[in-house]
Design a binder for this molecule. Sequence first.
Ligand SMILES: [Zn+2]
Length: 236
Amino acid sequence: MDLKSQIGALAKLQELDSEIYALGNEKAAKPAEIKAIEAAFELKKTGLAELEKNSLEVQKARKEKELELATNAEGIKKLNGQLFSLKTNKEFQAMQQQIADAKADASVIEEKILLSYEESDKIKAQIEAENLKLKEEERNSLAQKGVVESRIKEINDRLSQLEAQRKQILPGIEPKLLQEYERILHSRGGLAMAKVKDNSCGGCHMLVPPQVINLIRMYEKVITCEVCNRILYIQE
Ligand SMILES: [Zn+2]
């Protein structure tokens, strides 16, 4: 195989590999993108969790008040029972006062229970609104994930195409040269073939002396850049 055609094949291979490298990098970043979308959605659930916690606390406090009211009612009933067994008018009046006080306490508790029901209704409405909002957020989140996932599929499809094209080029390159190309490709961030343009290396932009350009044109051996070690070639 003559070197000129092999260098030409390598330049074509490089075109494919550059795209393969770029797509590989893009694909590698996708799981983190999906995780970020999921994390953002999880964060949006904290508002609802907080409301649900509040709702339980309000209910618990109300149960306590209701118990308190029941105890109070029992106390009043007991005092009422005792009322007519009292001997003096003074005792009677004192107990009537006690009953009146207990009833006043009861109405304060009742008022608090009423307010607590209003509070519960308010929280319930907030929870419903938050649930609706979250459903919308979930749809958005799933749509965003769908975009990323379909891009991953697109990348995979394109990578299979590129691999197939790659296989067609490989027979035109001697195994030893191909091995050298791949070694440089992996150590030089996906760019092994540097096109010489305006007397400089397309990989590192350093000047390529005229005598080196002459050597490249002779196609007697593979010429690499002295600075970045990439294989130099000239687009004829
Ligand atoms: Zn270079």
